[in-house]
Write a protein that binds this ligand. Sequence first.
Ligand SMILES: C[S@@+](CC[C@H](N)C(=O)[O-])C[C@H]1O[C@@H](n2cnc3c(N)ncnc32)[C@H](O)[C@@H]1O
Length: 258
Amino acid sequence: MPEADQSDSIASNIAEWTETNAQFTDAQATSAWAPQALAWGVFGALEADIGSPLGHVVGLDVIELGCGTAYFSAQLARLGARPVGVDPTPAQLATARRLMDETGIHFPLVEAPGEQVPLPDASFDLAVSEFGASLWADPAGWIPEAARLLRPGGRLVFLTNSFVSYLCAIDEGGTDTTLHRPQFGAYRMRWPGETGIEYHLAHGDWIDLLRANGFEIERLIELRAPETARAHAYYDHVSPDWARQWPAEEIWVARLSR
Ligand SMILES: C[S@@+](CC[C@H](N)C(=O)[O-])C[C@H]1O[C@@H](n2cnc3c(N)ncnc32)[C@H](O)[C@@H]1O
């Protein structure tokens, strides 16, 4: 696994998400926090329709790594979980706090990157990431942190872009049916013109990293867009037509076996 400079990636990603918060996420947070069935990804796959990767969350201590505006944690709180949201971008956490005040759903928020979380060992039953640390934190840093934070037998469930969509993504935007970059050596990616740094691992590399940190992999769910899927208003890099033929996003489900 390549060594990456985590501090430069964290600073870049805080800058990226401060800007994205002002452009988009603050404005869409009210609807994202509204009561609704738990759904995954840009085409809204319902948790129940994909075999409930989270399982029963009632009474679980849940940590969301890269919680952003924390709508995902808010939905988990509605289902009876006890979430704690962790994110390094103050603007995103400010939106989360505004929505807490507006909805009355309160849970702790911690300003920190997924690579270095100032919380005690073995204090959570479930770690989740919905395009948070799973895409924006260095896996060599955040996967060991997830393992440290979980109790024995705890689960890690995270959503990120599929590896095939990364390979087929066009630098200028959009996704087609050509492999635009090599698989071997894939890890850290800054798209042309972007500030932020993403992390994209091939499946074999995720498996090796998860197992090296004590996780057994239970499922890899490759999300398929439904026939009724429509293009997302903001995250439109993959079309519904493409995502009906190849997975645009993937959910990893792993259990801490030690
Ligand atoms: C797409 S948003 C996450 C959405 C989130 N699930 C929600 O409910 O709003 C991506 C988040 O990743 C965060 N992020 C960036 N770098 C990170 C890092 N090193 N560790 C954890 N999160 C990071 C950003 O600050 C941003 O809030």
